[in-house]
Write a protein that binds this ligand. Structure first.
Ligand code: SF4
Length: 456
């Protein structure tokens, strides 16, 4: 969006108003692929019966089915993979006014890799051989601080992607084949971007990447994420900084100390564990198990007082026995997460787990998902109730999506978009709460996942 806007395009969210429609796609699991294809077909109708002259498909579906998209959906004029973002201009037919050239001593992007990633590459982890319709080249693109951006988030909050790709061997996941080998953005580039965002009114930064905890390893940096967090916390205008998607065995003591030592770095950890049974985790090629994870959670809670802990699990992995599932349920009861997501295993052609036998029925997977979420609902209810009467800083987001009568916001315990909500139903007469501003609030009511607060 930033590249297009800088080149003079006027952005519209209404497909019926657009001359060029860009569909940005996901290809992580089958349901995402279906949703992407349905959206492309829906948008193609604007070309035949509406104003649109061009239809461009971008993103991960292009990495998976590049040739097939063009062959099967003739309305598509151009495709843009995740590694060729800057081609969005030629694809849409908009000329780039002045192409960027990197100064000789300051390359815009330095491509690096981790030894672990190189070894996995040699073993074929990133191979797309056998993927019908995909091209062989892996994406290696990274944006930098000069890349123009249009924020799609409310003005006070922004995501910053600090790395791309993933070197892990998880057998259910094709993200490494879609996104390529792990590579970090330059440290200074991330800081420069955060400074610019902060100058433009952003107060909350969420660092993302397929694997944020490996940040800097490809540059030989030790504890790169901790160093980056420290540096970002020194940016005066920023109030909240957090990162998502920590890989369990990459959480170092230094990282925990860094989080604990700064008021600006949210006491919030998102560690997708995927399962708790050692045998299932072994089949997932992730390692760990309930005992190891419980010890690690205790360490995190000791190091960071008041820690908010989020995780996610996959249920119904091939061969998951009733006993293995029960182990996961017991683990969830014991670990007492603040936030938890559960995903149903989805068979994905091209992932190693696709070839495993003893697949579970969709019905059984759904039963397990509901059962696990039922356990978490009770935990969440109890945890949210304990917050009643406590005071927190709240970032007001605006009128609630659910009713015009309430406003809603988030505390540092709530990452944008994924966690529960805080509804605001009470504030002093005369106060006109403004979206994007912080307010001190008191929690007055608790529901299973959501909270109600009054501005003090
Ligand atoms: S760490 Fe995450 S992105 Fe990487 S392979 Fe595993 S599930 Fe996929």
């Amino acid at each position: 969006m930033g590249l297009l806007a800088r080149a003079g395009a006027e952005l519209s969210q209404r497909a019926e108003d657009a001359d060029v429609i860009v569909v940005n796609t996901c290809s992580f699991i089958e349901s995402a692929q279906e949703e992407s294809v349905n959206t492309i077909l829906e948008m193609a109708a604007h070309k035949t019966s509406g104003r649109a002259k061009k239809l461009v498909v971008a993103g991960c579906l292009v990495e998976r089915f590049r040739d097939e998209i063009r062959r099967r959906i003739p309305e598509v004029d151009a495709v843009v993979g995740t590694g060729e973002l800057e081609k969005i201009l030629s694809a849409t037919g908009i000329e780039y006014p002045a192409p960027r050239t990197a100064p000789a001593n300051n390359p815009l992007v330095v491509l690096t890799s981790r030894a672990e990633g190189d070894a996995r590459a040699a073993q074929g982890r990133f191979s797309r051989e056998g993927w019908d319709g995909a091209i062989a080249d892996l994406p290696n693109y990274l944006y930098d601080e000069e890349t123009p951006r249009v924020l799609a988030t409310p003005k006070s909050t922004a995501y910053i992607k600090i790395a791309e790709g993933c070197d892990h061997p998880c057998t259910f996941c094709i993200i490494p084949q879609l996104r390529g080998q792990f590579r970090s953005r330059r440290f200074e580039s991330v800081v420069a971007e955060a400074e610019r965002l902060a100058r433009n009114g952003v107060r909350e930064i969420t660092l993302i990447g397929q694997d944020t905890t490996c940040f800097g390893e490809d540059f030989g940096l030790k504890d790169g994420l901790a160093l980056l967090l420290e540096k970002l916390a020194a940016i005066e205008e920023l109030r909240w900084i957090r990162f998502l998607y920590a890989y369990p065995n990459k959480i170092t003591g230094r990282l925990l100390e860094t989080i604990a030592s700064s008021d600006k770095i949210c006491s919030y950890m998102d560690v997708p564990l995927q399962h708790a049974s050692a045998s299932v985790l072994k089949r997932m090629k992730r390692g760990g198990g309930s005992d190891v994870f419980l010890r690690s959670i205790a360490k995190m809670r000791r190091a960071i007082p008041g820690l908010t802990l989020r995780t996610s699990f996959i249920v119904g992995f091939p061969g998951e026995t009733e006993a293995e599932f029960e182990e996961l349920c017991d683990f969830v009861r014991e670990a007492q997460f603040d936030w938890m997501g559960t995903f149903s295993y989805s068979d994905q052609d091209g992932a190693a787990a696709y070839g495993l036998d003893k697949k579970l029925s969709t019905r059984e997977i759904e039963r397990r998902r509901k059962h696990l979420m039922g356990i978490q609902r009770q935990i969440s209810k109890k945890k949210k109730k304990a917050l009643v009467g406590q005071e927190f800083d709240l970032l007001l987001e605006g009128i609630s999506d659910e009713t015009d009568l309430l406003m809603e916001g988030r505390t540092a315990m709530h990452a944008p978009e994924i966690d529960g909500k805080v509804f605001v139903n009470d504030f002093d007469e005369g106060l006109e709460p403004q979206p994007g501003e912080f307010y001190r609030c008191e929690i007055t009511e608790a529901h299973d996942y959501d909270l109600v607060a009054r501005i003090l």
